[in-house]
Ligand binder design. Structure first.
Ligand code: URA
Length: 242
């Protein structure tokens, strides 16, 4: 209900009572399950812990709550685990497969999607033709798209064979159909696209259509990557940056 600093001020002002008593200025440790904490006489109830899920979205599945045409959605795949409010972090097109993070932590979802925080998203694309060094250089420096130039990206040719190649692309933005548009702009339309990582979270061996909870270490690294905790992982920032 308050940032750390505002909470300190509230406590110092005497507005906060623990089991009906003012806590000592040196602070006191409470058990949120048993102790009754009030602020200006109103009970403070701890928020339930947020949910953080990683799914391998199959192609053909939509990242939307419900589809009027009845096509399958990622929430159908989540079943009970998808109940309540969950944000998909950085949507994927119906035709794109791979890593989709879902959470009810709005602040983290916002930061992971915003280019300001430069969280890298890694994709592997199967493209028509074989990009040459010049194409890769254009992808790296930034491609002119109709909604403006893209930020610098990592681009790497993984392998190429008979008229097709696999390209690894790492971008820090999340514009609509961005990877498909970038590759089409350098003359290599995408035939298949998979997101393989979001920041420190990797798809690895998650089967298409299945999901798992994020590990605490992944969550800590995601929070650090978006500036929600300091490098050492200890101090929380109070508020969203302007
Ligand atoms: N870029 C795309 O073109 N499609 C996606 O689904 C994600 C990124």
């Amino acid at each position: 209900m308050a940032s750390r600093r505002s909470a300190d001020l509230l406590i110092a002002s005497g507005a906060v009572l623990v089991n009906g008593h003012r806590p000592p200025p040196s602070g006191s440790l409470i058990d949120p399950e048993r102790d009754l904490v009030t602020v200006h006489g109103r009970r403070v109830v701890p928020r339930p812990p947020s949910r953080y899920l990683a799914m391998n979205k199959p192609t053909g599945t939509l990242v939307t709550a419900a589809d009027p045409r009845g096509r399958p959605t990622v929430f159908d795949l989540l079943g009970e685990a998808g109940a309540g409010r969950l944000f998909a972090v950085g949507r994927l097109d119906a035709a794109t497969a791979g890593l989709l993070l879902l959470t009810d932590d709005g602040e983290l979802a916002y930061r992971l999607s915003h280019p300001r925080y430069k969280v890298p998203k890694e994709y592997v694309a199967v493209v028509r033709g074989i990009p040459d060094r010049r194409d890769l250089e254009v992808l790296r420096r930034g491609v002119e798209l109709e909604d403006g130039p893209t930020l610098p990206a990592e681009a790497e040719l993984l392998d190429g064979g008979t008229g097709r190649a696999r390209v690894r692309l790492v971008i820090v933005e999340g514009r609509n159909r961005q990877v498909r548009r970038m590759l089409a702009a350098v003359g290599h339309p995408v035939e298949g696209l998979t997101r393989t990582a979001v920041g420190p979270v990797r798809l690895r061996h998650l089967r298409p259509g299945s999901w798992r909870r994020l590990r605490p270490s992944e969550l800590t690294t995601l929070r650090a990557a978006t500036g929600l905790i300091d490098e050492g992982g200890v101090r929380w920032r109070a508020a969203r940056e302007p």
